[in-house]
Design a protein around this ligand. Structure first.
Ligand code: TD3
Ligand code: ZN
Length: 314
């Protein structure tokens, strides 16, 4: 079932103290594999597309891309026994938000976290008006997505990570539905130089002060087995490190309900694709080569559903 509003999924997760995976797609193959995994686990799932994904799918026209994604996701979701939402990830301007709203997305993110606080409040409030008028929900971000280094001072942390008091003020003034607090993660395959550490004290305070569904960006685990496999078949990925499963579990325990994952799917897909290209060098049907790569995505999705505790919550 396609949910009109992502709030249906995340309010339930907030009440039930579990996390729901939000997985990025750029194409049909990733969508099918993610949905396959979620169905097998009877788990709700959030599909998300970045602005770049919308332009990519629309061959340069992000509005067309948004419509294509919405049609594709709705078509796949309609007869399924699980709830599926479609979300705009890191929307940076009103144009992309409106494109997603008009296409029929279930929620949007407005990311004005790089702007001064008052500007973030202003643009987020504007997006909340537009999205709520259409009956869909809004995610916003506070703080900067950067890894915590051991030698970083408290004042430096204060300057980059979320300020819990500001979070309360932000939520009250904007009417936003979900909040992504920066607590020490970053996007991509190289999140930590040393130990994977997140600022859980900050997270606990944000949860206590807002009570709302919270979002963890940059949450990929960067599974060593897929990094190694990719490297064995010609990739050159060195020093990759993500958020381990036990750290993710802790994040969920302290109030994270939406767990954004892109890098893990990319790495798994490409590792298996490299292997398939090597092992089946006479193959000229791309679909046959994509199959094992899609299976790897499905495997990643199912593992994460178990870690986040959303299995059976469809
Ligand atoms: O918003 N996203 C997905 C897009 C990031 C670019 O890969 C996330 O927060 C997930 O980040 P990641 O890199 O940990 O999968
Ligand atoms: Zn993100």
């Amino acid at each position: 079932m396609y949910v009109k509003n992502t709030k249906e999924i995340l309010d339930k997760a907030n009440e039930g103290y579990y996390g729901v995976g939000a997985f990025n797609i750029n194409n049909l193959e990733f969508l099918q594999a993610i949905i396959d995994g979620a169905v097998e686990k009877s788990s709700p799932v959030i599909i998300e597309t970045s602005e770049g994904a919308m332009s990519y799918a629309g061959d340069g026209d992000f509005r067309r891309g948004a419509r294509l994604f919405a049609e594709m996701v709705k078509e796949f979701a309609q007869d399924l026994p699980i709830t599926v939402a479609l979300h705009l990830d890191h929307g940076h301007d009103v144009e992309h938000v409106v494109a997603a709203v008009q296409a029929g997305y279930s929620s949007v993110m407005i990311d004005a976290s790089a702007k001064p606080f008052e500007e973030n409040v202003k643009i987020t409030s504007e997006v909340v008006k537009i999205a709520h008028a259409a009956g869909i929900s809004v995610e916003a971000e506070l703080g900067k997505l950067v890894g915590i280094e051991d030698n970083v001072s408290v004042s430096e942390r204060d300057a980059t990570l979320v300020d819990p008091n500001q979070a309360k003020n932000f939520v009250e003034r904007t009417g936003v539905d979900f909040l992504a607090p920066a607590i020490g993660t970053s996007h991509g395959a190289f999140k930590f130089k040393g130990e994977a550490k997140l600022d859980f004290e900050r997270l606990k305070k944000v949860k206590e002060f807002t009570g709302m569904p919270l979002v963890l960006h940059g949450a990929s685990t960067v599974l060593p087995r897929f990094v190694e496999e990719a490297n064995n078949y010609g990739a050159k990925i060195k020093g990759a490190k993500g958020v381990p499963y036990d750290v993710l579990k802790e994040a969920v325990k302290y109030g994270i309900n939406k767990v954004n994952t892109d890098t893990d799917l990319r790495v798994a897909f490409l590792a298996e694709l490299r292997k398939a290209l090597h092992d089946d060098a006479s193959q000229i049907d791309p679909r046959k080569l994509f199959k094992p790569a899609m299976k790897a995505i499905k495997e990643v999705v199912m593992e994460r559903i178990d870690v986040l505790g959303s299995a059976g919550q469809c």
